[in-house]
Design a protein around this ligand. Sequence first.
Ligand code: ITT
Length: 206
Amino acid sequence: MKLVLATHNKDKCKEMQQLLLAYPLQVLSLDSFLQIGEIIEDGSTLEENALIKAREVHRQTGLPSWADDTGLEVEYLNGAPGVYSARFAGEKCSYKDNVKKLLQTLEGVPHIRRNAVFRTVIAFVDENRELTTEGFVEGSISTLAKGVGGFGYDPVFYVPELEKTYSEMTMTEKNQISHRGRAIRNMIQLLGSHFPETFQVLEDEA
Ligand code: ITT
């Protein structure tokens, strides 16, 4: 079975590919479909945006498509940047710009008020179905960036259970516990009932 990852974000792509490797799939990225340019994400929720991306890539390729929309919800900011996480510091901003803006915005805010949730919605679209699943992780925004791995807000997203930021984890470690890892495993389980031969849940994953 072919599956197109409907994202222009190479970092998200790598994490998704790692978890999909175990299944008999031909995973394609948008590098194989250069005609697909930027997709306007004008939904007001992660679910709407994930579906917009998966539908558009399915429409243009005719293949089963899988999209991820992710947001960081900071309690002190009433859930911002949320669905606007990519553009928190402005259009065309870098990961660093976003992290800098977040740390500046939370300057002086005490630890107990820095709670945050990282949330991912995965959408799968083919000619017969539209499916979505979610995964989230509760953590907090650290006062300093820490670690060298990951991408985006990873250097400042602190996971209390592991006592480190996402950037202090390997990709495998992050995928085991992350918002994206959870959403992906939920989608694999759901697809198991639609495509049992392809998405059998592996023994040690169950
Ligand atoms: P696509 O829409 O092409 O998939 P995107 O980068 O715009 O790529 P999102 O809207 O889902 O993707 O992500 C919003 C931003 O949130 C993203 O640009 C990163 O800055 C950040 N982000 C997403 N997943 C993350 C993760 O696992 N760790 C840290 N930051 C993440």
